[in-house]
Write a protein that binds this ligand. Structure first.
Ligand SMILES: [Zn+2]
Length: 289
């Protein structure tokens, strides 16, 4: 019998969140065919470390390749969840970072536009709610940023979690959507939609270029037809992080055949930026020069 979440059978190992040795085997998702978040896995140093963080809600599946698997119905958060962290953004590290560059009014508008939330899961954490084009609340991603650098806190482990886990909703079936896509209805068909990977970048670019709808995939692997299909009829420009251009271009070939109009912008590939840099890093470097 197969399970939806299973330990990666390849030889790839990652740094263990417990002992820091590169002996950590991550969990795969058989349906999405990619890794789960980086904190799920088992350390191979069974006797010396033994760290094992299992994902919740694992379930038996018929082979996803047999085409007989029926995806369980997606769960949604209720409207009240959006307000769980309250309206005081003074402690929110991501908002404090934005305050270095933008005035109060601009930031409040961004909070409202993207429905940014607070969480005390970690002191200063931010919630990026994924609300779909039908205004259903698919997910809440909890992340922690450094208030000074605006970078994600990755030490001693990546600070990413989901609101359904924080709220201990055991039977919640996560089905992600693009971050920001709840604003799609404000933009007429045929208009230009820009896609980036990180939520932070979508928010900042939306402040800089409000004439476009800015969306974030939240991860490299979320750049896929399943999440982009509501954008049929729009002109999509994708800005992959530096060195992801080829990867995303290949995915676009497939999505184009399925009726989407997407151009992948190679802008970041040719700038003197470090690997994985995005548009916000580009502007930061330009403005520092
Ligand atoms: Zn370990």
């Amino acid at each position: 019998m197969n399970y939806r979440y299973y330990l990666d059978r390849s030889s790839k190992k990652f740094p263990c969140p417990n002992c820091q040795k590169k002996t950590f085997v991550r969990y795969m998702d058989a349906i999405e065919n990619n890794y789960l978040e980086a904190n799920f896995g088992r350390c191979d140093r069974e006797s010396k470390c033994g760290y094992h963080n299992k994902p919740d809600g694992n379930q038996r599946i018929i082979s996803p390749h047999a085409g007989t698997f029926i995806r369980p119905e997606a769960s949604f958060h209720n409207e009240d969840s959006l307000h769980i962290g309250g309206n005081d953004f003074n402690g929110n590290h991501f908002i404090r970072y934005l305050q270095k560059f933008y005035d109060r009014e601009t930031i409040i508008a961004a909070i409202e536009k993207f429905r940014i939330g607070n969480s005390n899961h970690w002191a200063g954490a931010t919630v990026f709610w994924q609300i779909n084009e039908k205004l259903q609340i698919c997910a809440g991603k909890v992340m922690l940023y450094d208030p000074i650098t605006g970078k994600r806190v990755k030490d001693p482990y990546p600070h990413i979690n989901w609101m359904h886990k924080v709220l201990k909703l055991d039977r919640f079936v996560l089905q992600q959507c693009l971050f920001g896509i709840h604003n799609l209805g404000l933009h007429p068909e045929g208009s230009t939609v820009c896609i980036v990977e990180s939520e932070k970048t979508a928010i900042i670019m939306s402040i800089r270029y409000p004439q476009f709808l800015w969306l974030a995939t939240g991860s490299k692997s979320n750049f896929k037809h399943e999440l982009l299909k509501p954008l049929k009829g729009y002109h999509v420009i994708a800005f992959p992080d530096k060195t992801e251009f080829e990867n995303w271009s290949k995915k676009v070939e497939v999505m184009t055949k399925r009726g989407l109009s997407i151009r992948v912008n190679p802008f970041l590939e040719h700038r003197g930026l470090e690997e994985g840099a995005d548009l916000v890093d580009f502007f930061a470097q330009k403005e520092a020069a």
